[in-house]
Design a binder for this molecule. Structure first.
Ligand SMILES: [Ca+2]
Length: 273
């Protein structure tokens, strides 16, 4: 009897025999992992326009907020930049400050009785007294200034990229950065910002979309398609884009507008479906 030839199972064969199973297991594992890691799909908020008020078309809106019954707004462009405060029911500003012509005003926020105003490429943060508009401080920083808001502790800045920067109000040092992602993809061109009850809302430049961002993870957790508001406004000029989100904490009112728009729109978000 011929000696049975020892059977050798070559590692290559084992590998090739096992690989589909292995790959399947690995695939299942990574699918489960990514399913666990991936947040649920962003909520698409529906909305209704419940109030419309006039807006000063001279304002190339960059920053918008409401504080104690007053709108505060910054309008950009060189030689045209201004900071205004106006009553909810009046069209003329109660206070107005024209900026030096070399400044292009950008994002604006209020914290601790002071207004913080970004400039686009002038690397300068301007700090004003909220009530008198007296210039208190000029702080220099690297990079561009686009949107600005705060979480009651830090100033939060966008620069047109997918990054958000958290700054100390004093000295404007960066404490952390946040990468904004939606379904794993970077969300760039973040512009005007508003911090509302624990989440960040951002305009996306040259888009009719406003996104809601988890400030700890950077994930987009919701969005509003404001195309119907843009159609209703029918803005003139390709740069007259949607930009400006303000939240009235006292009445829980959500306002939006755009650059050189004729109106501000109060929208009421519909409950999640
Ligand atoms: Ca805002």
């Amino acid at each position: 009897m011929a000696k049975e030839r020892p059977r050798r199972i070559r590692p290559r064969v084992i590998a090739s025999a096992l690989s589909p199973l292995l790959l399947l297991m690995l695939g299942l594992g990574s699918a489960l992992l990514s399913a666990c890691a991936k947040d649920r799909a962003p909520v698409d908020y529906r909305y209704e326009v419940v109030e419309v008020r006039p807006h000063d078309t001279r304002l190339f809106t960059q920053g918008l907020l409401i504080h104690k019954g007053l709108f505060y707004e910054s309008g950009g462009r060189y030689r045209q930049s201004r900071l205004v405060a106006y009553d909810e029911h009046a069209t003329d500003p109660v206070r107005e400050l024209r900026l030096p012509p070399h400044y292009f005003a950008e994002g604006l926020t209020e914290l601790g009785g002071q207004l913080y105003l970004l400039t686009w490429k002038e690397n300068t943060l301007l700090t004003f007294d909220k009530d008198s508009f007296e210039l208190l401080e000029e702080t220099h920083y690297p990079g561009e200034g686009w949107g600005l808001t705060d979480d009651n502790e830090h100033l939060i800045r966008s620069d047109g990229s997918d990054q958000l920067y958290f700054h100390e109000p004093q000295g404007f040092g960066i404490t952390r950065t946040l990468s904004v992602r939606e379904n794993g993809q970077a969300v760039a061109r973040l512009n005007e910002l508003e911090f509302i009850e624990g989440t960040l809302w951002a305009n996306i430049w040259h888009s009719n979309r406003v996104v809601q961002i988890d400030p700890s993870s950077g994930q987009v957790i919701g969005s509003i398609d404001l195309s119907a508001v843009v159609r209703r406004e029918n803005p003139s000029g390709s740069e007259a884009v949607l930009n400006g989100i303000a939240y009235d904490e006292e009445h829980q009112h959500f306002w939006v507008t755009g650059k050189s728009w004729r109106h501000l729109y109060r929208i009421e978000l519909q409950p999640e479906p």
